[in-house]
Design a protein around this ligand. Structure first.
Ligand code: AMP
Length: 214
């Protein structure tokens, strides 16, 4: 059987991470989270690390060569029989076309694009209330746990992501319109996009995705 390869697209804060994790468990997929890989690179104490940090803190896209390096480095380690999930990438048309070619070279032809549709207002609110664990990276919402100061899994300190501040959020919303919508439209023409309403409970959205995916 051909492996299932899913690209998850939607605005920042649309719940891509949460929904990707649920699908990952259900279909035993490997997650390639470009943002996460970049945040790890941004911890390097050299010029490169500082440049990555500066770029992602402003909500700007890193150069295509770096994105391709992040993907390819991971993809080569994953057997082609194993399905993958990519969250929040590709972020521009050029990346989409290169990724398609990489997938084809790796024999990953069974590609589905899940687009989680959410309003700017809803996701801005979510991002302003989001905190992540500085140790394990898990996300929490102050909306549900207003006084939480440490991670309920590993006791790590909860911090605000450097790009979860109003200016960076605004930039990320503009990027979505300018860069990611054309990617979604590109894949739409190939008839591989599954569009799902991303507002509602986690479980509801998960069910909506499964219904359209299977
Ligand atoms: P995310 O965790 O997906 O919100 O990504 C965090 C940051 O990493 C983004 O704001 C960008 O600066 C950068 N980034 C993530 N994925 C990509 C990509 N495919 N292309 C360029 N930059 C990216």
């Amino acid at each position: 059987m051909k492996s299932l390869n899913i690209i998850f697209l939607g605005r920042s804060g649309s719940g891509k991470g949460t929904q990707a994790e649920l699908l990952m468990k259900k279909f035993v997929l490997v997650n390639i989270d470009t943002g996460d890989i970049l945040r790890k690179l941004a911890r390097r104490k050299d010029k490169f690390g500082r440049t990555v940090l500066k770029t992602i803190s402003h909500g700007k896209l890193v150069p295509i060569w770096l994105v391709i390096y992040c993907w390819f480095n991971q993809l080569l380690k994953i057997p082609s029989k194993k399905g993958i999930i990519m969250e929040g990438s590709p972020r521009q048309l050029e990346e989409a076309k290169i990724l398609e070619e990489i997938f084809s070279w790796l024999g990953r032809e069974n590609l589905k694009v899940v687009y989680l549709r959410t309003s700017t207002k809803e996701v801005t609110q979510r991002l302003l209330l989001r905190r992540i664990c500085s140790k394990c990276g898990r996300g929490f919402s102050l909306n549900f746990t207003p006084n939480l100061k440490e991670c309920s899994y590993c006791k790590g300190k909860l911090i605000r992501r450097s790009d979860d501040y109003p200016r960076a959020i605004k930039n990320r919303m503009l990027f979505f319109q300018k860069k990611i919508l054309p990617v979604i439209n590109y894949f739409r023409k190939k008839k591989i996009v599954i569009e799902v309403n991303g507002e509602g409970s986690v479980e509801e959205i998960h069910k909506r995705i499964l219904k359209k995916l299977l």
